[in-house]
Design a protein around this ligand. Structure first.
Ligand SMILES: *[C@@H]1O[C@H](CO)[C@@H](O)[C@H](O)[C@H]1NC(C)=O
Ligand SMILES: *[C@@H]1O[C@H](CO)[C@@H](O)[C@H](O)[C@H]1NC(C)=O
Ligand SMILES: *[C@@H]1O[C@H](CO)[C@@H](O)[C@H](O)[C@H]1NC(C)=O
Ligand SMILES: *[C@@H]1O[C@H](CO)[C@@H](O)[C@H](O)[C@H]1NC(C)=O
Ligand SMILES: *[C@@H]1O[C@H](CO)[C@@H](O)[C@H](O)[C@H]1NC(C)=O
Ligand SMILES: *[C@@H]1O[C@H](CO)[C@@H](O)[C@H](O)[C@H]1NC(C)=O
Ligand SMILES: *[C@@H]1O[C@H](CO)[C@@H](O)[C@H](O)[C@H]1NC(C)=O
Ligand SMILES: *[C@@H]1O[C@H](CO)[C@@H](O)[C@H](O)[C@H]1NC(C)=O
Ligand SMILES: *[C@@H]1O[C@H](CO)[C@@H](O)[C@H](O)[C@H]1NC(C)=O
Length: 552
């Protein structure tokens, strides 16, 4: 009876207080800042204890009132205690059976722990029609786990069933759920369904959490795959450039792994004109640095991509260089080509001089004694010539030829009419002397002998010389042509054959300078002068020649 009275009184006071809360708050309760949010699924039931542990446990000498402010009505209303109600409370516990979406809202527990002292606690409830990741309790990210606690039914009796990725784990009714050998395979969403009874009716409450097994990290040093250290990126000033940095850390979950771009050691994060984007995948972190407009200062700067993990920090440097323009490349090509042409031209023009110069050096160094006496044996027609040709010929032979080759360059020549006794038929001598000569100089004149049968000395030395040159191939032949010629048909066959292989050097009047092209070409075909011959004149050597004795 007393209890009944007390309850009625309590109820009365409660109702008074309630109205004061709902309509007019003369009652001032302490409101701790604690706010709880609870995500639940429609269709299940909720056993909601007062969110404060003291409030929940210390029910003796306490009184409770529950209110709700539903999202749909936005009105504060008191919740009843009638057990038959779908939503009712019993002291510090609120029951919401068969949750539906309209139950979403704020639930307030007013706890009178003394006659005139009260606290108020708020719980925001969100009801979800379907499963959503919002429903997940704290994710467990561990390297190794031994079990998972059921996040619901902490405060009430109930039987538990476990689900992994929404499929039943058979014969697992324990709390916590044991995971004997946790591995990557153990990852997933674990749902605990707690079935409890209220007035003989079974109700379900469920809670899910995700389990992540972190890799056992064997510390690998980060590896910068891109860019290449100290590389150069060619850019256009004023254009946009993307620098790509890619670092392999080897750990999929790595809290302290980071990369960043720097310019001259200064972080570019948040600097105007520079944008960094990050991507993570399979242990690799990429950072793309976008320079919206490359400036001159960028060209003078050093960019670095810095990679850091918990152990070390490494970096690679990149510099920007102005890209050569297409015009510049073309100009460079043209210039190179022109220089090439020039060099080729100069080489061609001076090739003869070069060869002469080099030959002089090398042959002097490696010269071997070949037992020859003369550098060249000069063959030319001395008879049956018209006056003009005869004059030209004698001018050439006695003038230029002797002056240039003998006096100037120091060659030693054998010339008929000078080096032998004129008119003397000295056939053996001719043969020997030709053999003692390194070259044959054959001077071709426009009008050669018409009388081929006559055995003139010059015809004979020509015959011997040609034999020597063509048949024995011992002596080189230098053909010099004086003046123009129609054809060479009037010449001996052997000579025609030589002419078909080598065109003669054409002598023009006036090329008397020793440095003229004509004489260079002659010298080119001549053997190299030995230095001793330069000073000594042929005459002195001549004295000892056997022909002299023969003739005497
Ligand atoms: C609350 O009630 C008191 C009297 O009971 C009244 O004076 C006051 O204006 C009311 N306040 C509000 C906000 O209605
Ligand atoms: C409740 O109140 C009674 C009477 O005032 C008191 O004897 C008892 O110790 C109180 N209980 C608690 C737990 O405070
Ligand atoms: C009920 O909650 C809504 C927000 O959900 C809020 O705007 C409103 O003021 C609350 N009503 C009362 C009486 O506190
Ligand atoms: C939720 O409230 C709306 C109106 O506020 C009502 O039409 C609907 O039937 C309610 N749903 C449930 C499950 O009570
Ligand atoms: C646990 O894993 C280890 C190797 O990964 C295996 O040798 C052992 O048998 C496993 N134990 C159980 C209970 O599965
Ligand atoms: C469970 O789902 C997670 C993704 O949510 C997946 O990684 C895991 O392999 C799944 N586990 C099983 C056993 O299907
Ligand atoms: C509670 O969950 C079990 C499976 O865990 C299911 O068989 C049963 O129907 C559910 N009961 C209610 C009332 O939703
Ligand atoms: C950056 O480098 C990575 C690694 O080589 C490559 O996969 C990616 O496509 C690159 N991104 C760009 C924009 O060049
Ligand atoms: C890149 O080169 C610099 C020196 O130019 C050096 O200090 C740095 O360690 C190098 N970075 C890597 C990752 O090798």
């Amino acid at each position: 009876m007393m209890m009944m009275m007390l309850q009625i009184i309590l109820l009365l006071t409660e109702s008074v207080l309630v109205s004061s809360y709902a309509l007019n708050s003369t009652v001032q309760c302490e409101r701790p800042d604690e706010k709880t949010t609870l995500q639940v699924r429609a269709g299940e039931s909720l056993y909601l204890p007062c969110p404060n542990l003291q409030c929940y446990k210390e029910t003796e000498n306490s009184s409770y009132v529950w209110f709700r402010n539903l999202s749909s009505t936005k009105q504060v209303e008191q919740i009843g205690t009638e057990e038959s109600e779908r939503v009712h409370y019993h002291h510090s516990v609120l029951y919401i059976l068969w949750l539906n979406l309209n139950d979403t809202g704020r639930y307030i527990t007013r706890w009178w722990y003394e006659e005139d002292n009260c606290d108020e606690f708020e719980t925001d409830l969100v009801v979800h029609e379907e499963f959503s990741t919002d429903l997940l309790y704290h994710t467990m990210a561990e390297k190794k786990v031994s079990g998972i606690y059921c996040p619901v039914c902490e405060d009430q009796q109930g039987s538990i069933t476990w689900y992994k990725n929404f499929s039943l784990i058979p014969n697992q009714e324990s709390d916590p759920l044991r995971i004997p050998n946790s591995s990557k395979e153990s990852e997933g969403i674990y749902t605990c369904v707690c079935t409890w009874e209220h007035h003989g009716i079974k109700h379900n409450s469920s809670g899910s959490r995700r389990l992540i097994i972190e890799e056992l990290t064997i510390n690998i040093s980060p590896k910068i795959q891109l860019p290449v250290n100290n590389s150069v990126v060619f850019v256009d000033v004023g254009s946009k450039v993307i620098l790509n940095c890619s670092v392999y850390f080897g750990q999929t979950v790595c809290e302290r792994c980071s990369i960043r771009w720097e310019k001259n050691g200064i972080k570019l994060h948040g600097v105007d004109g520079y944008k960094q984007e990050y991507r993570k995948m399979d242990g690799t972190i990429q950072s793309l640095l976008t320079i919206t407009e490359v400036s001159e200062s960028d060209l003078r700067s050093k960019f670095a991509c810095r990679a850091e993990d918990s152990v070390e920090m490494i970096f690679v440097s990149v510099t920007l260089k102005r890209r050569a323009s297409v015009l510049y490349v073309i100009l460079a090509c043209i210039c190179t080509f022109l220089v090439f042409l020039l060099v080729a031209g100069v080489l061609k023009w001076f090739a003869l001089d070069l060869v002469l110069f080099l030959r002089q050096i090398f042959v002097k160094l490696y010269r071997k004694e070949d037992g020859k006496l003369y550098d060249a044996y000069v063959i030319y027609q001395r008879n049956n010539l018209d006056e003009a040709t005869s004059k030209t010929l004698s001018d050439f032979v006695n003038g230029s030829l002797l002056t240039v080759l003998e006096s100037y360059y120091g060659f030693k020549l054998f010339i008929h009419g000078r080096d032998d006794l004129p008119g003397e038929d000295c056939m053996n001598l001719i043969e020997t002397e030709i053999q003692l000569s390194r070259r044959l100089i054959i001077i071709l004149t426009p009008e050669a002998s018409t009388d081929k049968s006559s055995v003139s000395p010059e015809a004979y030395d020509l015959q011997v010389g040609l034999h020597q040159a063509l048949v024995q191939g011992e002596t080189g032949v230098i053909l010099i042509q004086l003046g123009k010629m129609q054809d060479y048909t009037h010449l001996p066959l052997g000579l025609q054959h030589l002419l078909s292989k080598n065109s003669p050097l054409l002598w023009r009047d006036g090329e008397s300078s020793p440095n003229s092209r004509f004489w260079k070409r002659v010298r080119y075909q001549m053997p190299v002068v030995s230095s001793c011959q330069r000073s000594s004149k042929s005459r002195s050597l001549k004295a000892s020649f056997p022909c002299q004795g023969f003739l005497v």
